[in-house]
Design a protein around this ligand. Structure first.
Ligand code: FAD
Length: 108
């Protein structure tokens, strides 16, 4: 059980890192195609996320908070907000979304 929760936590840390870094790299002025790509990615991610309980919870969050794909800023703030919803449910600290741009840099 401890081993499983460690695996789940590591998967979560890596996944959030990827998601937030993708948002930090998303175009400031995306094309329609880029917007659709990000939206599809998020919904497919929520279906395929390899922790069944997490995936179900995330799908419920998406139903109330649909992905915001109009710009880098909108997408980054959306991802920060949904991560905070998960944080709240897991009784973790709430992250200050005003600091999102300085935290996630991809080095590319
Ligand atoms: P994480 O939440 O993994 O965060 C990693 C780092 O990101 C933090 O240390 C902080 O520096 C930064 N951060 C924190 N909040 C934000 C934010 N709002 N925006 C940007 N950066 C932030 N676990 C479960 O037990 N049950 C679940 O139902 C569940 N659902 C999940 C759903 C998804 C889509 C994902 C990706 C993960 C889910 N997890 C779930 C895992 C959980 O969210 C954590 O990743 C895991 O518990 C490890 O937590 P952590 O304290 O190391 O920090």
């Amino acid at each position: 059980q401890l081993k499983n929760s460690t695996i789940k936590a590591e998967l979560g840390q890596s996944s959030w890192k990827l998601l937030h870094t993708m948002m930090a790299r998303f175009p400031e002025r995306p094309t329609q195609d880029e917007k659709e790509a990000l939206r599809s990615f998020i919904y497919l991610f929520s279906r395929l996320y390899p922790c069944g309980e997490c995936a179900a919870e995330f799908q419920a969050i998406l139903a109330k908070h649909p992905p915001q794909v109009s710009s880098r800023e909108a997408a980054s703030q959306w991802a920060c907000a949904v991560h905070n919803i998960v944080n709240q449910r897991l009784q973790k600290e709430i992250f200050d979304c005003g600091k999102i741009a300085e935290k996630y840099k991809c080095g590319c």
